[in-house]
Write a protein that binds this ligand. Structure first.
Ligand SMILES: *Cc1c(COP(=O)(O)O)cnc(C)c1O
Length: 404
């Protein structure tokens, strides 16, 4: 090149940072274009460890580093990352279902998983049916030769029933030809090992696929949307990678960096939020305004024995309080509005505690775990990292709005 102009000089600048500058944080590699030394290298597709180094869309060294760490968190071998938790659900369903197939979902599945089954999957001629996560015989009766995918959620969304994971898994295995996918956002890879649920009794008994919204615990910051699907089976991983390519899922590297930054503290945050949540759940359960509290570690919460079976220690930062029917939805809204330490909003596992009233009547197909005489409005609480004494005092103060 003759002496280049200023733009050319900046774009083709010869300085390259020396290799071997090592530090604790993972470097943030941003790229759409990746450069090849020459046309010979361009024409020789290069993959290493199943990773294709040709273009930025499938990932960069930053993404692959996060994927490897999430696989470790999940006790898996392989991981694909997606732009959100919902994108990870969609990826899983599209990778393993084709027209004519059926997917079984727990009735307490994450709302958007219910939604895509009734919209996107229906358009592809993929049917779905809901099962009661606590009724194993009814689940077995739903398995047919069309069943190709079973979703499990432990614990389920909002009502937090803990399913008979072992029973569901064994029934699916016995049926044959069914892939079992767990939405493991609640357990986060920490409450239990999804790929080895009964290590002492039956080593290796586990799900085929574990999906997680990294938006929740792995990020921990309430600032990133991301998802992951993990497996120990290379054939399943390849199918996920192929569908991932079809969908063109890419990730912003600053978001990947944010999750890499959240990961080192995940176990500490999980434990601290678990302890605070149990304390507040028990306290709420003793309040006269409350009919019942849903939290898998409470002995009268649905599926408590199943939780004990696979997860004797860990539980996530969620509980739901069912208020007595005497309190109208409007009064419960006033209680939530009176809270000062709790934000009103979706998502969870971030620093700020959150509270959301839920109208459950439209989000279950098989009925609710309570009758109209037993309970009225449900409020889901997500406990953050504030001081637990302040949260308790805030709840006590706001509950006074229900007096009189
Ligand atoms: C939040 C959540 C998701 C979806 O994650 P997004 O990143 O918000 O799309 C999926 N499953 C469960 C159980 C969740 O809580």
């Amino acid at each position: 090149m003759t002496k280049p102009g200023p733009s050319t000089a900046l774009i083709h600048h010869p300085f390259r940072a020396p290799e071997g500058w090592d530090a604790v944080p993972v470097p943030v590699h941003k790229a759409s274009t990746m450069l090849f030394k020459d046309t010979a290298q361009l024409n020789t597709p290069k993959t290493r460890d199943g990773i294709s180094y040709r273009y930025g869309l499938p990932g960069t060294p930053t993404t692959y580093t996060l994927a490897a760490r999430i696989a470790t968190l999940e006790h898996a071998e392989h991981c694909v990352l997606t732009p959100s938790g919902l994108a990870a659900i969609t990826l899983t369903s599209l990778a393993f279902l084709k027209p004519g197939d059926e997917v079984l979902l727990p009735d307490n599945a994450y709302g958007q998983n219910r939604h895509i089954s009734g919209s996107l999957l229906r358009r592809l001629d993929i049917s779905h049916r809901f099962y009661d996560p606590l009724d194993l015989p009814a689940f077995q009766a739903l398995l047919s030769e069309r069943t190709k995918l079973v979703w499990i959620e432990a614990a389920g969304s909002v009502t937090l029933e803990f399913p008979d994971v072992i029973g569901l898994l064994k029934a699916s295995r016995a049926h044959g030809g069914v892939r079992v996918a767990l939405d493991n956002t609640w357990g986060a890879g920490l409450a239990f090992n999804a790929f080895d649920l009964l290590p002492d009794a039956e080593p290796g008994l586990g799900v085929d696929l574990s999906m997680q919204a990294l938006t929740k615990y792995p990020s921990g910051g309430a600032d990133v949307l991301m998802g992951a699907v993990c497996t120990r089976d290379i054939a399943l991983h390849r199918e996920l990678v192929a569908m991932h390519e079809n969908l063109g899922y890419g990730l912003g590297q600053n978001d990947v960096e944010a999750v890499l930054r959240g990961l080192p503290t995940i176990a500490l945050r999980y434990r601290a939020q678990d302890a605070a949540t149990r304390e507040l759940a028990r306290w709420m359960a003793a309040r006269p305004e409350v009919a019942k509290v849903f939290h898998p570690a409470l002995p009268d919460s649905p599926g408590h024995a199943h939780w004990r079976q696979v997860s004797p220690e860990g539980a996530a930062c969620l509980f739901s309080a069912l208020f007595k029917p005497a309190f109208s939805p409007q009064r419960i809204d006033a209680f939530v509005d009176a809270l000062q330490c709790f934000g009103i909003g979706y998502s969870w596992a971030g620093p700020m505690s959150l509270a959301v009233p839920h109208d459950m009547s439209r989000s279950r197909s098989l009925g609710l775990p309570w009758t109209a005489e037993e309970g009225g409005t449900l409020v889901r609480f997500a406990i953050g990292l504030e001081d637990v004494e302040d949260l308790r005092a805030d709840l006590a103060r706001a509950l006074q709005t229900l007096a009189g």
